[in-house]
Ligand binder design. Structure first.
Ligand code: 6LW
Length: 514
């Protein structure tokens, strides 16, 4: 058995899709209302991933003003054919419906084409290139006859590679393996002349599961693999370190081994804040189809407790569109915007994924420069759920104010006067978020919140926490430079964190060695 450390990509990177070209693997993940969209990660071993670009950036960006954080870009699939990379994805705009797009490039680390809309119902699009060079598009949609079949269905149509339009008849392939569950996240693979369709069922929460079906022809009919679910943690109990496992994509190594990337979450006391992360599981094929995590039946290699991973290079994200910012080493200059974090416009907000349970995130703000600004650090889950320590000017001087929203309700925790340069700090021990400010006199703890306040279970939606900077002010206010921006695993006792292993996530389970 092969043991890999999981997750292979921590932090909010849901709905992984992977393709191999020669020795190189490329992965794409969902980014919802964040800009730039769809990071492209590269790996040579499926374990160590580095970001090389974004699918939706510059000319390929599609504006997302008016959307909630969990709207926007859902579930991209990446494939490669004849020297061209293809990504299909859906932009979900709430009640205004959804549009699925295809975009291409010859260099996945470079600029992608302006996305072409497809005449496609539903979400979770995928592409399959058959041996004869034909391209087949699949996606998940509401079933035409839900009373008879269950709520969802996977459908397929041919994609004309010349015009990038769907052509020919629609084939309904499958309604899923599980009773009355919506089937989503389809991907088709061909193996020894048979077509294998995998999907996800049970929703992207605790009941999530990977299921499968098989057919002699790409257009179906597909029959359910009765071994489904092929992979799930739904039955392992709340003590299991990884939950919500599902949404797989399978890739073959140059040596003919297979692996799946799946999503999962690592809750702490039943609540997760890091979003859906990417996990790697071995796959074997037998004459019935894929076997995920053979011999184990679960994602393995997850460390117990709350291990600190080394902070990954920041993928600085804004909301719903680009902001005007300069990032130079650890200094970030952010132009102001009046849009509040609680709205649906583009606020002056630049943030990175929280990808460690325990961390320190901090920056220095020169309060002398604060005029009409409301600027500082924020732990952001979505427009209804965020907590910030910001500096604003009152008639008699500046104050740091810890305030935000939890579940849509306004929260104001503390307000303390400050002068000169102040360090605004957010730190977490995995079970709480503490906001403090550090001046020449020392550290002043302003407020502590349980991590449940910022969890996805509390907020709903599909994302995890981002840690960032905000500069809310009139457009003509001065840009602000945040110096000493630092995100790291906590090191010192002064950063308030117990030594390794002293903080338990309450799961009580050990590493699952293979
Ligand atoms: C994704 C779908 C899902 O498109 O969540 O519940 C969506 N399931 O597979 C957003 O990540």
């Amino acid at each position: 058995m092969r043991l890999v450390p999981n997750p292979v990509l921590p932090g909010c990177h849901p709905d992984p899709s992977v393709v191999r070209v020669g020795a190189d693997y490329f992965m794409v993940t969902s980014t919802f209302a964040y800009h730039p969209g769809i990071p492209v990660h590269h790996s040579r071993d499926l374990v160590s991933w580095s970001r090389v670009g974004h699918v939706l950036d510059g000319d390929s960006w599609l504006p997302l003003e008016g959307n909630t954080v969990s709207h926007g870009v859902w579930a991209p699939t990446i494939r490669h054919h004849d020297g061209v990379f293809y990504v299909v994805f859906t932009i979900v705009r709430g009640t205004e419906g959804a549009t699925t797009y295809v975009t291409t490039t010859v260099d996945p680390a470079g600029q992608w084409a302006v996305p072409t809309p497809l005449e496609a119902d539903g979400i979770d699009p995928s592409l399959f290139f058959d041996h004869d060079g034909r391209a087949w598009f699949t996606a998940a949609r509401d079933a035409i006859a839900p009373d008879a079949t269950g709520p969802g269905e996977i459908w397929l149509r041919e994609l004309d590679l010349g015009t990038l339009a769907l052509v020919g008849p629609t084939h309904v392939l499958w309604h899923g393996a599980l009773t009355r569950q919506w089937v989503e996240a389809p991907h088709i693979y061909e193996r020894d002349g048979r077509y294998h369709l995998i999907g996800a069922e049970g929703g992207t929460e605790r009941n999530h599961a990977v299921t499968a079906a098989t057919s002699d022809t790409v257009t179906g009919p597909y029959s359910t693999d009765p071994r489904s679910p092929l992979l799930t943690h739904r039955h392992l109990g709340a003590g299991e370190l990884v939950q919500n496992v599902g949404h797989a994509d399978i890739v073959e190594t140059p040596d003919g081994d297979s692996w799946a990337l799946v999503l999962g979450v690592r809750p702490v006391n039943g609540h997760h804040t890091l979003g859906r992360e990417v996990l790697l599981v071995p796959v074997e094929w037998d004459d019935r189809g894929p076997v995920l995590a053979p011999g184990a039946g679960r994602v393995q290699g997850v460390l117990p407790g709350l291990p600190d991973t080394a902070a990954r290079p920041a993928d600085w994200l804004s909301l719903r569109g680009p902001v005007r910012a300069d990032v130079v080493d650890d200094a970030i200059t952010l132009r102001p915007r009046p849009a509040p974090l609680s709205g649906r416009e583009v606020p002056a907000f630049l943030a990175r994924r929280q990808d460690m349970h325990r961390f320190v995130f901090e920056t220095t703000v020169e309060t002398d420069r604060i005029a009409g600004h409301d600027a500082g650090v924020v732990a952001f889950q979505d427009e209804n759920t965020f907590l910030a320590a910001r500096v604003r000017r009152r008639p008699d001087g500046c104050v740091v104010r810890v305030a935000g929203k939890v579940g849509g309700a306004e929260i104001v925790r503390s307000e303390v006067p400050v002068t000169g340069d102040v360090v605004l700090r957010i730190r977490s021990d995995g079970q709480s978020y503490t906001f403090s400010c550090v001046t020449r006199i020392g550290e002043d703890v302003l407020a502590t919140f349980p991590h449940t306040a910022l969890s996805t279970e509390t907020a709903g939606g599909f994302v995890g926490v981002l840690l960032g900077l905000v500069n809310e002010a009139a457009e003509d206010a001065e840009p602000l430079t945040f110096r000493g921006v630092r995100y790291a695993a906590p090191v010192a006792a002064s950063e308030g964190v117990a030594s390794d292993g002293a903080v338990s996530d309450g799961a009580g389970a050990g590493a699952h060695d293979q």
